[in-house]
Write a protein that binds this ligand. Structure first.
Ligand SMILES: Nc1ncnc2c1ncn2[C@@H]1O[C@H](COP(=O)(O)OP(=O)(O)OP(=O)(O)O)[C@@H](O)[C@H]1O
Ligand SMILES: [Mg+2]
Length: 155
Protein backbone atom coordinates (compact mmCIF):
# COMPACT_ATOMS: atom_id res chain seq x y z
CA UNK A 1 0.00 0.00 0.00
CA UNK A 2 1.37 3.38 -1.01
CA UNK A 3 0.27 6.89 -0.11
CA UNK A 4 1.52 10.39 -0.77
CA UNK A 5 1.08 12.97 1.99
CA UNK A 6 1.38 16.74 1.64
CA UNK A 7 2.07 17.62 5.26
CA UNK A 8 3.17 16.27 8.62
CA UNK A 9 -0.48 16.44 9.73
CA UNK A 10 -1.51 14.20 6.85
CA UNK A 11 1.22 11.68 7.68
CA UNK A 12 0.10 11.73 11.31
CA UNK A 13 -3.52 11.12 10.30
CA UNK A 14 -2.59 8.20 8.06
CA UNK A 15 -0.56 6.62 10.86
CA UNK A 16 -3.37 7.26 13.34
CA UNK A 17 -5.78 5.25 11.19
CA UNK A 18 -3.30 2.37 11.33
CA UNK A 19 -2.65 2.80 15.05
CA UNK A 20 -6.36 2.32 15.73
CA UNK A 21 -6.14 -1.16 14.19
CA UNK A 22 -3.06 -2.37 16.07
CA UNK A 23 -3.21 -5.16 18.64
CA UNK A 24 -0.95 -6.67 21.30
CA UNK A 25 2.23 -8.10 19.80
CA UNK A 26 2.22 -5.99 16.63
CA UNK A 27 5.51 -4.63 15.30
CA UNK A 28 5.88 -1.60 13.03
CA UNK A 29 9.21 -0.61 11.46
CA UNK A 30 9.84 2.93 10.19
CA UNK A 31 12.56 3.47 7.59
CA UNK A 32 13.70 6.63 5.85
CA UNK A 33 16.38 9.28 5.84
CA UNK A 34 16.88 11.82 8.59
CA UNK A 35 13.82 14.04 8.70
CA UNK A 36 11.75 11.84 6.40
CA UNK A 37 8.98 11.64 8.99
CA UNK A 38 9.53 8.45 10.98
CA UNK A 39 8.85 10.15 14.30
CA UNK A 40 5.84 11.99 12.84
CA UNK A 41 4.48 8.59 11.77
CA UNK A 42 5.20 7.18 15.26
CA UNK A 43 3.23 10.11 16.74
CA UNK A 44 0.25 9.17 14.60
CA UNK A 45 0.49 5.54 15.66
CA UNK A 46 0.54 6.74 19.27
CA UNK A 47 -2.57 8.85 18.69
CA UNK A 48 -4.35 5.83 17.22
CA UNK A 49 -3.35 3.85 20.30
CA UNK A 50 -4.73 6.57 22.61
CA UNK A 51 -1.35 7.68 23.91
CA UNK A 52 -2.04 11.02 25.60
CA UNK A 53 1.49 12.30 26.12
CA UNK A 54 3.55 13.63 23.20
CA UNK A 55 5.58 10.99 21.36
CA UNK A 56 9.07 12.34 20.75
CA UNK A 57 12.26 10.95 19.32
CA UNK A 58 13.77 8.40 21.69
CA UNK A 59 17.27 8.91 20.25
CA UNK A 60 19.02 9.36 23.57
CA UNK A 61 17.06 6.80 25.55
CA UNK A 62 16.94 4.11 22.82
CA UNK A 63 13.45 3.18 23.94
CA UNK A 64 10.51 5.16 25.28
CA UNK A 65 7.49 3.46 26.80
CA UNK A 66 4.09 5.07 26.43
CA UNK A 67 0.82 4.08 28.05
CA UNK A 68 -2.02 3.98 25.55
CA UNK A 69 -4.90 1.53 25.25
CA UNK A 70 -1.88 -0.83 24.94
CA UNK A 71 1.69 -0.27 26.04
CA UNK A 72 3.71 1.25 23.20
CA UNK A 73 7.49 0.85 23.00
CA UNK A 74 9.11 3.32 20.63
CA UNK A 75 12.72 2.53 19.72
CA UNK A 76 15.25 4.51 17.74
CA UNK A 77 18.12 2.17 16.96
CA UNK A 78 20.11 4.74 14.97
CA UNK A 79 22.98 4.42 17.42
CA UNK A 80 22.77 0.67 17.88
CA UNK A 81 25.78 -1.01 16.31
CA UNK A 82 25.64 -4.47 17.83
CA UNK A 83 22.77 -6.83 18.47
CA UNK A 84 24.22 -7.31 21.96
CA UNK A 85 22.83 -3.90 22.80
CA UNK A 86 19.37 -5.36 22.33
CA UNK A 87 19.97 -7.72 25.22
CA UNK A 88 20.28 -4.69 27.50
CA UNK A 89 16.99 -3.49 26.07
CA UNK A 90 15.21 -6.78 26.83
CA UNK A 91 14.15 -6.79 23.18
CA UNK A 92 12.48 -10.20 23.33
CA UNK A 93 10.54 -9.12 26.43
CA UNK A 94 9.29 -6.08 24.52
CA UNK A 95 8.13 -8.22 21.62
CA UNK A 96 6.30 -10.57 23.97
CA UNK A 97 5.09 -7.79 26.26
CA UNK A 98 1.51 -7.55 25.03
CA UNK A 99 1.97 -4.13 23.49
CA UNK A 100 2.97 -2.53 20.22
CA UNK A 101 6.64 -2.12 19.26
CA UNK A 102 7.62 0.70 16.90
CA UNK A 103 11.20 0.78 15.58
CA UNK A 104 12.95 3.62 13.78
CA UNK A 105 16.08 2.53 11.86
CA UNK A 106 15.15 -1.20 11.79
CA UNK A 107 18.06 -1.82 9.37
CA UNK A 108 20.33 -1.65 12.42
CA UNK A 109 18.71 -4.69 13.99
CA UNK A 110 17.47 -6.54 10.90
CA UNK A 111 18.42 -10.06 12.09
CA UNK A 112 16.43 -9.56 15.29
CA UNK A 113 13.17 -8.57 13.58
CA UNK A 114 10.38 -11.15 13.52
CA UNK A 115 8.93 -11.69 10.02
CA UNK A 116 5.37 -10.67 10.93
CA UNK A 117 5.44 -6.91 10.83
CA UNK A 118 4.34 -3.76 9.12
CA UNK A 119 7.24 -2.17 7.24
CA UNK A 120 6.84 1.53 6.57
CA UNK A 121 9.26 3.37 4.30
CA UNK A 122 9.16 7.16 3.96
CA UNK A 123 10.90 9.09 1.21
CA UNK A 124 11.06 12.77 0.35
CA UNK A 125 9.03 14.13 -2.52
CA UNK A 126 8.58 17.72 -3.75
CA UNK A 127 8.40 20.29 -0.96
CA UNK A 128 6.63 18.84 2.05
CA UNK A 129 5.44 15.81 0.12
CA UNK A 130 6.38 12.35 1.38
CA UNK A 131 5.93 9.01 -0.38
CA UNK A 132 4.91 6.41 2.17
CA UNK A 133 5.20 2.75 1.27
CA UNK A 134 3.63 0.25 3.65
CA UNK A 135 4.22 -3.48 3.41
CA UNK A 136 2.13 -5.72 5.60
CA UNK A 137 3.83 -9.06 6.31
CA UNK A 138 1.99 -12.05 7.75
CA UNK A 139 -1.67 -13.01 8.17
CA UNK A 140 -2.26 -10.73 11.12
CA UNK A 141 -0.90 -7.68 9.30
CA UNK A 142 -2.87 -8.56 6.17
CA UNK A 143 -6.02 -8.21 8.23
CA UNK A 144 -4.92 -4.67 9.08
CA UNK A 145 -4.52 -3.66 5.45
CA UNK A 146 -7.89 -5.23 4.65
CA UNK A 147 -9.49 -3.22 7.43
CA UNK A 148 -7.88 -0.08 6.01
CA UNK A 149 -8.59 -0.47 2.34
CA UNK A 150 -11.15 -3.23 1.88
CA UNK A 151 -10.35 -6.58 0.27
CA UNK A 152 -9.42 -5.08 -3.12
CA UNK A 153 -5.97 -3.73 -2.45
CA UNK A 154 -3.14 -6.13 -1.58
CA UNK A 155 -0.61 -5.15 1.09
N1 LIG B 1 4.40 15.07 4.51
C1 LIG B 1 5.13 15.07 5.65
N2 LIG B 1 5.17 13.97 6.46
C2 LIG B 1 5.92 13.93 7.57
N3 LIG B 1 6.70 14.95 8.01
C3 LIG B 1 6.70 16.08 7.27
C4 LIG B 1 5.94 16.19 6.07
N4 LIG B 1 6.15 17.42 5.56
C5 LIG B 1 7.01 18.04 6.38
N5 LIG B 1 7.35 17.27 7.41
C6 LIG B 1 8.31 17.64 8.46
O1 LIG B 1 9.44 16.78 8.36
C7 LIG B 1 9.99 16.54 9.65
C8 LIG B 1 10.03 15.03 9.94
O2 LIG B 1 10.72 14.86 11.14
P1 LIG B 1 10.80 13.50 11.93
O3 LIG B 1 11.44 13.80 13.23
O4 LIG B 1 9.48 12.82 11.93
O5 LIG B 1 11.80 12.68 10.99
P2 LIG B 1 12.56 11.33 11.31
O6 LIG B 1 12.44 10.51 10.07
O7 LIG B 1 12.06 10.73 12.57
O8 LIG B 1 14.06 11.82 11.48
P3 LIG B 1 15.26 11.20 12.37
O9 LIG B 1 15.93 10.18 11.51
O10 LIG B 1 16.14 12.38 12.60
O11 LIG B 1 14.68 10.62 13.63
C9 LIG B 1 9.11 17.28 10.64
O12 LIG B 1 9.70 18.53 10.90
C10 LIG B 1 7.80 17.46 9.88
O13 LIG B 1 7.07 18.58 10.29
MG1 LIG C 1 12.97 10.22 14.40
Amino acid sequence: MRRTTQSAEETRALAESIGRLLRPGDLVTLSGELGAGKTVFAQGLGAGLDVAEPVSSPTFALVHEYAGRLPVWHLDTYRVHSLDELIDLSWSDLLAGGGVVVVEWPERIAPALPPERLEVRLTYGEGDTREIEMEFHGERMRSVVTALTGPGEPG
